[in-house]
Every structure is written in C-alpha cells, then in structure tokens.
Design a protein around this ligand. Structure first.
Ligand code: GLP
Length: 241
C-alpha cells in the first residue's frame, strides 16, 4: 500500500492539515481543479481553508471545482441539497467564479445527459486534487458496496444504512432521497491526487478495513490502494486511540 497517513489527534487538527494541503496546491497552481466532498467531516476543513484563503486574499479567479455527488430530486434551494451545503460551507465565503463551479443537477430533466456531460467535463478539465469522506460501509461519494470499480458518473441507489446515517440532517427518515447522482469509482481514480478524511469513532471500522489493505468491490474505498497519490487524514478517534 502506497498511501500516506497523516495522524492528527483532534478533528480540528485533521481539518487544518487537510486545508493546508489544498491551500498549498491553490497557491502553486492558479488554475487548480478541485474535487470537493460534502458531509459533516469536511466542514472543519472548509472553514479552515476559507480562512487561509481570505487571510492572504488568494486569487481564485482561475480555479474550477467539481463536487462528488448530489441527491436526486433536491434542487439547489433545498437546504438538504449538496448545492446548498457547498454554498453555505464554502462558496459564500470565497470567490470562485460561479461558472467554474460544477455540481451535478439532481433535478435535471435528462439525467442520462446530465451524468454524461459531467463525466466529459471532468475528462476535459482534469481534477488535480479530490477530497473524499467515507461512509460507515466504506462508500465514497455515493458509490455503495458492490459498485463496479469501472463505474463512471451515474445515477445510483442508496443503501438503507446510508439513508439512516444521513437521516440526521432531515426531519424524518422518509424525507431522505433514495437515489443520487454520483461520480463513479473510475471517475474518482482519474484525479491526480486524493485526500481522504476519516474522523470519529463511528468510522473506525471503515478506516481499519481500508488500512488493512484488501482490495474488493465490497469496500468501495479500497479502490484507492490502486491510486499512486493518496493521503489519508485521520483523527485519533478514527484510529481508535
Ligand atoms: C454521504 C456523502 C459522502 C460522505 C458520507 C459521510 O454519504 N455522499 O461523500 O463521505 O456521507 O458523511 P459524514 O462525513 O457526514 O459522515
């Protein structure tokens, strides 16, 4: 296994370390293409990153972003959509040109066209650094266990476990969409560099399974063992320390 693990102690330290990696990339390449993730885990990183950017007034006018996924059926005004999350946690705080921000449209009339165009745009631009969180079952983006390692951006069904995990953000479990649009595992692997954030004791099992090194479609995150440039960032709870 080739990945590096940065062992932070606290969530705040992990978030800062992750933000530093992205900040340094943005500083060294004005037209960096960022792949971004949602979920509770990267919130601290977005907070630290926007502070670092604003402290030095870093020019982001040539930066492009792609998000991993979006729920089917939620539009950008829905406060549970990933569009809304990104606006709230990052894009309202920093100046990335609106036309450079790409997030899958979960209410597109033609979903097939939507996912095909998204994949083509990723191929055209190329992602320099992709941020990932992880689900308890080892999913990355919304690629649930069993998803083909060859998968490209597509419409996917969520497992009951994922729906239950994400229900905490909704009023009731029934409100959680059962489908999403998601970059595929092969899409994610196209990124030049990947940083995977794992925080909290509820992710300890997934982290240990990943670190143990077995590569299997039953554990989507394990595809990252086939990638040459992965940085894993953990806090002590995720390591069970
Ligand atoms: C969702 C997202 C994933 C994210 C996961 C974990 O399923 N699609 O990209 O990694 O949740 O989220 P959290 O960080 O809130 O545990």
């Amino acid at each position: 296994t080739k990945f590096t693990e940065i062992k932070a102690s606290t969530y705040e330290e992990m978030s800062r370390e992750a933000a530093k990696i992205i900040f340094n990339d943005l500083k060294s390449k004005k037209d960096t293409v960022l792949g971004l993730a949602t979920g509770s885990t990267p919130e601290g990183m977005y907070d630290a990153l926007s502070n670092m950017i604003n402290d030095v007034d870093l020019d982001l006018s040539e930066v492009t972003t792609f998000n991993l996924d979006e729920y089917v059926g939620l539009d950008e005004d829905n406060d549970q959509s990933y569009h809304y999350f990104m606006e709230k946690n990052l894009f309202s705080k920093i100046d990335v040109p609106k036309e450079n921000i790409h997030i899958l449209n979960g209410v597109a009339d033609d979903i097939d066209e939507e996912v095909k165009e998204y994949e083509a745009l990723i191929d055209e631009k190329g992602i320099d650094i992709q941020v990932l969180g992880i689900g308890r079952n080892g999913h990355i983006a919304f690629n649930e266990p069993g998803t083909s390692f060859e998968s490209l951006t597509q419409r996917v069904k969520l497992t009951d476990e994922t729906i239950e995990d994400n229900a905490r953000f909704f009023e009731k479990k029934e409100d959680v969409p059962t489908e999403a649009l998601s970059m595929g595992l092969a899409t994610i692997m196209k990124a030049k560099k990947i940083i995977l954030l794992i925080s909290g004791s509820n992710k300890q099992e997934a982290r240990n399974l990943f670190v143990s090194g077995e590569v299997s479609e039953d554990l989507p995150v394990s595809i990252l063992h086939n990638h040459p440039n992965v940085i894993l960032l953990t806090d002590s709870e995720a390591r069970g320390e």
